[in-house]
Design a protein around this ligand. Structure first.
Ligand SMILES: [Zn+2]
Length: 937
């Protein structure tokens, strides 16, 4: 009854010896070429790349673009074939600027036609980048950016395709964290050109970039080789159509070589299409050929050839940039704030849905099939949602664009909600159950033990007690009504990593637990905090009771904490809606400055203030923020930006913020921002918003010493194009936060783990009973290093039977980690993969445990194949006597395993069936055997 599939067969795709040989050959040729030409007075190497920049919903709507993709690709497939007889530099090549071109071609063309495209991608005549569309990234969470490349990962593995370029184009700025995510997904190169339009970013600074080509690296020191030239104009070098006129690009690149700012003999002019819907240009081969002479070799480029050539000559001696340029068009997604927030929430919820799904699919691999239409739509939508013309107008009306965004968001929300609901139900049906009392599981999707509140729908009486079945103790509980549904809220204590505990409801009154808070008017106080809340939901005082009642609120520009703009006004009504054994909540309803409802919650034995805000009105095109003004003088703020934890200071102050060609009005805000002094501070967890403004930051000013964080609830930004008007009519906007004071220095491990706890509540479900998982408690996976967070745990995209499970880890510490992944089942094999699940290299497995070797602040992804104990050894006596004697037989127990013992011959198991040790009485015959099956969940 080893009821799981044995997984032994998988293939390492990415770094096959074949590809390595290929690259080596190419590099050698180019190198020789260069050396030969060195003798001829430094011949220059100019690469011109044709593409058709995709301005989705600017140059055409979805239907128009669909036809454009097909027509343009057909044109270049033919042209590439027609020039295949030319010498290598003069064969035509064409560059898709987004993987969605390939997706569309696959969907609407025959398999034979699609194979022709694949062949040309493999031969290097068509190139395709990792990005699904041309997007902005400042509004994305790390996992959203990665899932937006998942369809490409499947394509890569199916056809052994190179995906070594990723781009973000035209938008004037770029976040820092993207570099590591791209590198982790397998990209090695990127290029960028900007518009120099619809933006307040200083034009002359765009014209004078600090570096033109450099190693673009995140705080983890991984990244991509980046070509981002100083802007000439947007149809010239540094623009997004550098090769708008390919002959001009050749001359501009020639002049760029061997200059002070560009001391290199290899240059590239990329991009042809500009804003045009379609581009049909057959002149590149002739331009390359006629402009080649003794001083200059011109190539029709697939972009990769440029980078490989450049890297061979200069790769070891390039400057490094580890800076963020801030957010430009990125913030336009806040003009459809609630829809954008729904995507962010779903990506976070996916963490829990997939953790549960992993447990279910280990028992039933069909639960996560290799092909799933809804899943594919979700990944596709995440690759498209932040398309760079968000609200910029162009061909299409505001409503058409908004409706497209809503449809994409719906694809994400629908998939995640369905997976979550099905996994909750399925897991409840796999946990052993005895007795008739109602039981529910409380599952912790994170990889450290934690205590938190857990809610389960419960329509019954309050005359009950709730038992933690592992400890046998009564647990504090309360009944409360949330969104019109009565819920049972328990204080679920010490829930194990990636595991659960079972609670049972018994229909008799239990012991009394004290209430959480002491209430006095607008003041609420528990063991940790004393807070004063206005009728509008603003916290005007926050005292840390663990440190001499230190005050953490200090108004700035008349704004306090969780302050939507009402300041210390008393407008509105405040009600104590609950004060029970687990939590206490104020509800504040106010029309100042806009109709909104705020819930402020304190907990028993949980150091966290929860803030649940909902704006219940359309606020037009106004920019709405929740201010958090802390009583900290000249603090330092850190925050997560797309998989990187940044110090919000300029580079000259030891931070990550650029001092030129920047737009610092809004900072990316992913899971948290932390505002701290040397020895204490406060962490703000953010579940819904995408951006914050530090103090009074503006385009060319980072207010880096400000104690105020203003979280963007929504708004249409002036100066960056139109945005979606009036939030497209939406009237409800949810923004959830949590606050925690810490009486030690900022620690990014603690800050992130705290934010993850707030944003990944326990998952609860009814136990309906089954056979696969233990009755009272279970922990599937723990990681030996507490600084390493499990970022995702899921069945592989090809399914558990084919590809095992995927574990993505983020080492949040500033030192490297070698850590062990302790699964309940032994691992038979493991591999490090890219973040889009393509294998890189085998990983070490020691004593059945995969070992992860992770750089400082780095995120890594692993594939793990789990098995059973292949050779359990039974310990016991071989020579036995028939009769009354009792004999012990046992095996080394595995955590959570159960054991099914059977005897051949005449014997009786008198004790221990189901456990790792039994007692046997032999009753007759001359020989017998003892057999055991180990059943590991
Ligand atoms: Zn564009």
């Amino acid at each position: 009854m080893l009821t799981f599939a044995l997984l032994t067969h998988f293939i390492y795709h990415l770094k096959s010896p074949f590809m390595t040989v290929c690259k080596y050959t190419l590099a050698t040729i180019l190198c020789c070429c260069f050396m030969l030409l060195t003798a001829q007075a430094q011949q220059k190497h100019i690469y011109i790349a044709n593409d058709d920049h995709t301005d989705y919903f600017w140059s055409g709507n979805a239907a128009t673009y669909q036809q454009a993709f097909l027509d343009v690709l057909d044109y270049y497939l033919d042209l590439n074939d027609a020039t295949a007889g030319n010498a290598l530099p003069y064969q035509n090549r064409y560059n898709c600027d987004a993987a969605f071109w390939v997706y569309t071609y696959k969907k609407y063309k025959t398999p034979t036609q699609f194979q022709r495209l694949i062949n040309q991608i493999q031969s290097g005549h068509i190139s395709v980048p990792l990005n699904m569309l041309v997007s902005t990234y400042g509004g994305q969470s790390a996992e959203a950016a990665l899932r937006g490349m998942y369809w490409q990962g499947r394509l890569q593995r199916s056809y052994n395709l190179p995906f070594d370029i990723a781009i973000s184009m035209e938008n004037q700025t770029q976040p820092l964290g993207l570099s590591s995510l791209w590198a982790g997904a397998g990209a090695r190169y990127s290029w960028k050109g900007v518009c120099g339009c619809a933006s307040p970013v200083n034009y002359s600074e765009l014209q004078n970039r600090t570096h033109e080509i450099y190693q673009y690296q995140g705080p983890d020191s991984t990244g991509v080789l980046m070509k981002w030239y100083s802007l000439n104009y947007n149809q010239g070098l540094g623009g997004y159509a550098e090769a708008w006129n390919p002959a001009t690009a050749v001359n501009d690149c020639t002049n760029k070589c061997n200059t002070t700012g560009y001391p290199y003999v290899v240059a590239g002019g990329f991009g042809r299409g500009w804003d045009n819907l379609t581009t049909f240009d057959n002149t590149f081969p002739a331009v390359a050929q006629t402009n080649t002479n003794a001083n200059r070799q011109v190539y029709v480029s697939n972009e990769r050839d440029f980078f490989e050539h450049f890297e061979t000559l200069y790769g070891n001696n390039l400057p490094t940039e580890c800076v963020t340029y801030g957010n430009d068009w990125d913030t336009d997604c806040a003009s459809l704030a609630e829809v954008t927030a729904s995507v962010k929430r779903s990506v976070e919820k996916l963490r829990s849905a997939e953790a549960l799904t992993t447990l279910v699919a280990l028992q039933n691999p069909e639960f996560y099939p290799a092909t799933d239409t809804l899943r594919e739509k979700c990944w596709l939508a995440l690759g498209q949602y932040w398309e760079h013309n968000f609200g910029l107008g162009g061909c299409c009306g505001d409503n058409e664009r908004a409706n497209w965004q809503r449809a994409l968001a719906n694809d994400v929300v629908t998939y995640v909600n369905q997976l979550y609901a099905q996994a909750v139900a399925a897991l409840g049906g796999k946990i052993q159950k005895t007795g008739v009392n109602q039981r529910f599981f409380v599952m912790n999707p994170l990889n450290w033990q934690r205590t938190d509140a857990a809610d389960i729908p419960y329509p019954g009486s309050a005359a009950i007690k709730v038992l933690d079945l592992q400890t046998g103790q009564e647990t504090p509980f309360e009944l409360l009504t949330i969104d019109g549904v009565q819920k049972l809220r328990v204080l679920a204590q010490n829930i194990p990593p990636v595991g659960y505990k079972i609670f049972e409801i018994q229909n008799s009154p239990g012991m009394a637990f004290p209430n959480t808070a002491t209430i006095s008017g607008n003041q609420m106080e528990n063991d940790y905090y004393r807070i004063t809340v206005t009728n509008s939901g603003v916290i005007t005082s926050l005292q840390d009771k663990l440190n001499a009642n230190t005050e953490y609120c200090q108004p700035l520009s008349s704004r306090y904490l969780n302050d939507l703009g009402s300041g210390n006004s008393s407008a509105g009504t405040l009600t104590l809606v609950n004060n029970g054994a687990v939590s206490a909540t104020f509800r504040c309803v106010s029309a100042n400055p806009v109709q909104h409802t705020t819930l402020v919650t304190l907990y028993k034995n949980i150091n966290r203030i929860d803030l649940h805000n909902t704006i219940n009105d359309n606020f037009g095109d106004a920019v709405r923020t929740y201010a958090f003004s802390f009583n900290l003088t000249n603090p330092t703020t850190h925050h997560e930006e797309l998989g990187a934890i940044l110090k919000a200071k300029e580079t000259t102050q030891g931070g990550h913020y650029a001092t030129n060609a920047r737009r610092h009005g809004w900072q990316t805000l992913n899971h948290f921002a932390d505002v701290s002094l040397a020895g204490r501070g406060v962490t703000l967890s953010n579940a819904d918003a995408g951006f914050m403004k530090l103090g009074s930051s503006s385009t060319n000013f980072l207010d880096q010493n400000s104690p105020q964080v203003n979280v963007l609830a929504g708004g249409r930004m002036a100066g960056s194009g139109p945005g979606i008007y009036n939030q497209n009519g939406d009237t409800q906007f949810t923004s959830r936060f949590a606050l925690q004071v810490h009486n030690n220095a900022f620690n990014q491990v603690n800050a992130m783990k705290y934010a993850l706890e707030h944003q990944n509540p326990f998952v609860c479900g009814t136990v309906t009973g089954g056979t696969d998982y233990p009755e009272t408690a279970f922990s599937f996976l723990s990681v030996s290093d507490p600084n390493v967070a499990l970022w995702a745990l899921k069945p592989s995209e090809e399914g558990i039977a084919n590809g095992g499970i995927i574990a993505r880890l983020w080492n949040l510490a500033t030192t490297p980690s070698v850590c062990t992944l302790n699964f309940t089942r032994p691992a038979t094999a493991a591999a490090r993969t890219t973040h889009i699940e393509t294998d890189i290299e085998p990983a070490t497995v020691t004593n059945g445990n995969p070992i992860a070797n992770i750089g400082q602040q780095q995120m890594q992804t692993y594939r793990v194949q789990l098995s059973c104990n292949t050779n359990p050894v039974i310990i016991g006596q071989n020579a036995v006597c028939v009769g009354a004697n009792l004999y012990q037989y046992s095996i080394e127990p595995t955590p959570y395993a159960t054991y099914n013992w059977t005897l051949n011959g005449n014997g009786i198991i008198t004790a221990g069936q189901g456990t790792a040790a039994i007692t046997v009485q032999w009753t007759g015959g001359s020989a017998g055997t003892v057999n055991v099956e180990e059943i590991v969940p």
